[in-house]
Write a protein that binds this ligand. Sequence first.
Ligand code: ATP
Length: 270
Amino acid sequence: MSLDSIPFLRPSLSAHPLLEATGLSRDYGGGQGCRGVDLRLHQGEVLGIVGESGSGKSTLLRMLAGRESPDRGRVLYHREDGGTLDIHAAREAERRRLARDALGLVHQHPRDGLRMNVSAGANIAERLMSRGERHYGRLRAQALAWMAQVELDPVRIDDLPVTFSGGMQQRLQIARVLVTRPRLVLMDEPTGGLDVSVQARLLDLLRTLVRELGLSVVLVTHDLAVARLLAHRLLVMQHGRVVESGLTDQVLDDPQHAYSQLLVSSVLTP
Ligand SMILES: Nc1ncnc2c1ncn2[C@@H]1O[C@H](COP(=O)(O)OP(=O)(O)OP(=O)(O)O)[C@@H](O)[C@H]1O
């Protein structure tokens, strides 16, 4: 199944950022959370956010997704029509429209992103239906196309996700998110918790999708190998702050901050 057979427009590259965060902070007390984070994501770019457990990566992602309000700072989403949405100042209805039309969130645990009590096909079709598609034949055709795209056997279309393996559930979640071709995809540890071989196949798939669909992605991962494979640029977080940022190869091959050096050397040292 070629991506060309899936009827959506390829995104155009643009000089303007798609997403912009400034001074983003969330304080849970005791210095926990996320402090003064600035970032920009351009169209067609994958921005990796790396750092050890507890460094504030998921908190940052939740604020970017509009799911958690910052104490300070803001997140701007620049729409295709030239308008700008201040995600946390927007009305709930606008935020919901953004989540439905433009934003895709891939959770670390597929159960958080799937409806486990409806079929695989319905999981994929649901986001299309929420955008007004009602034609059964077209919904099913899209579900079949996307199952093939994420390497799930289309004969499983009527099966419940609960009968799928962890890796299959993650691929189904990715299909469910990407079927509406969101301009902005946020991923929280998409390969976490999977066996190494399953992880490798999923990474391969994600790399293909990112390249062929020109996805714009913020990718949270503690795994530098995942960041190396997928991300164009990296932010390194420590104790809720960004301590280093730059092109992925630059940060991983020649880290400047002591914490980034430690992070990189801990992977290299057996
Ligand atoms: N809802 C919350 N209430 C209180 N503290 C929280 C909450 N969410 C996160 N924290 C704290 O904020 C810090 C950052 O957590 P966060 O989950 O963002 O880190 P992370 O880098 O994503 O970690 P991991 O890789 O383990 O998921 C942690 O110390 C965590 O305990």
